[in-house]
Design a protein around this ligand. Structure first.
Ligand SMILES: Cc1cc2nc3c(=O)[nH]c(=O)nc-3n(C[C@H](O)[C@H](O)[C@H](O)COP(=O)(O)OP(=O)(O)OC[C@H]3O[C@@H](n4cnc5c(N)ncnc54)[C@H](O)[C@@H]3O)c2cc1C
Length: 365
């Protein structure tokens, strides 16, 4: 993206498009944290495990352990079990008490809440080993996954044999295009993430750039659809077109109800920051560049790094293929712990083009 011009790459090749209004609806991806054994063959993200099943009709293994900190965990456990896969454990890094505390807010979207309750109940009835509030986790194996090991809230260590693991810790918006478009970001304490600012109507801080769906804040599929419609009305209004005020009011009410539900869901599944302290120095945090957690901590202790882009410059974290999409949030969490700062004080990795890998020929032309 350069000013008001988009560089596009698709099946028909490369092209560009100038615009005066742009709606960015770039979606989300898994939120990742390193843990012992996370680079072993057979470890997937939870979303990757779901995509394998839904898009390719294959499971990631025969005896599968699942780990999560969001509503995707009971859903994927249900989908895998229903498909006949042996789900040997479903480990929730957040507590059951956190869910109970949010019960009234969760009723703001009875349909979605009922679905979640149904998956959880079915998982129980199938006899799945569902655990809450795990304190640490590691995957064991010499050249591929052999077992999943975790620590219970009581401190007891448990181990289960498996041949694949799906693990991630919520979702994160794919907000790099908003960043490149110059949108202002703010730290959202409830989501524990830096998010591009978006008004209720879908306007960003940059005139002519609009944000819809999970790409600006995780809301889920229903919210993405509602917000997409609401944003379209904002675009029409800004273009001076007549809009259906009755429909806009209906969308605003529905979005307000969904926002109440999402606040409760975020409270029910808070980011499991306690796992950050369990990550050993030898673990790799940036897989593209092979940078270890120890190298990051060394940059803090010996070279005074206090900000995540400084850590990037010193260690090459986030400089590889994924441009920090996978490791950026984990690096910020590790940095905050290492220098004893609150997470909102260590910054966020700035977006750099290209935000996703492109063929060299495309970049050269
Ligand atoms: C791993 C995962 C699993 C999920 N599972 C479920 C589920 O089981 N049930 C459920 O209800 N919800 C699920 N969700 C949430 C649901 O997918 C989203 O809430 C919903 O799809 C959001 O819609 P959206 O339009 O914001 O983004 P999306 O539907 O994700 O669409 C974003 C689009 O933007 C494209 N895009 C992004 N960046 C670029 C770029 N730089 N250039 C070109 N194109 C780009 C993407 O390829 C994608 O096509 C899941 C989300 C994730 C990340």
């Amino acid at each position: 993206m350069f000013g008001r011009r988009l560089d596009l790459l698709g099946p028909e090749g490369q092209s560009d498009l100038t615009f005066d209004r742009l709606v960015l609806a770039t979606g989300a991806m898994d939120r990742v944290l390193p843990f012992a054994g996370w680079t072993l063959p057979g470890v997937f993200t939870l979303g990757g495990a779901q995509i394998a099943l839904k898009a390719q009709g294959v499971a990631i293994g025969r005896r599968v352990g699942l780990v999560g900190a969001g509503p995707l965990l009971p859903l994927v456990a249900h989908q895998y079990a229903k498909a006949g896969v042996n789900v040997v454990a479903a480990l929730d890094a957040t507590t059951f008490a956190a869910k109970l505390a949010q019960l009234s807010g969760l009723f703001a979207s009875t349909d979605t809440f009922a679905k979640g309750l149904w998956y959880t109940t079915r998982n129980r009835l199938r006899g799945l080993d569902v655990r809450y509030g795990i304190r640490s986790l590691r995957v064991e194996g010499s050249d591929r996954v052999e077992a999943l090991v975790w620590r219970e809230p009581s401190g007891e260590e448990r181990r289960v044999a498996c041949d694949a693991v799906g693990a991630s810790f919520g979702l994160r918006p794919e907000a790099q295009l908003a960043d490149l478009a110059g949108c202002r970001f703010a730290f959202a304490a409830d989501a524990r993430q830096w998010l591009p600012e978006r008004s209720g109507e879908g306007r960003s801080s940059v005139a002519g750039i609009y944000l819809a769906g999970d790409g600006a804040r995780i809301g889920g599929a229903d919210v993405a659809e509602l917000q997409g419609r609401r944003t379209a009305y904002a675009v029409l209004e800004d273009l001076g077109r007549a809009i259906d005020r009755h429909e806009v009011a209906r969308l605003d009410r529905a979005l307000a109800r969904q926002a109440r539900f999402r606040r409760a869901l975020d409270g029910a599944y808070p980011f499991p920051a306690h796992l950050v302290d369990t990550i050993a120095d030898g673990e790799i945090v940036c897989r593209c560049e092979g940078v270890t957690v120890g190298a990051l901590r060394e940059a803090v202790q010996n070279r005074g790094a206090r900000e995540v882009n400084r850590v990037k410059a010193l260690t090459r974290i986030g400089m590889g293929r994924c441009q920090g999409r996978v490791c950026g949030e984990a690096a910020a969490e590790l940095l905050a712990r290492a220098c004893g700062e609150d997470i909102d004080r260590v910054g966020r990795l700035r977006g750099q083009p290209p935000v996703k890998p492109i063929p060299i020929v495309a970049g050269a032309s």
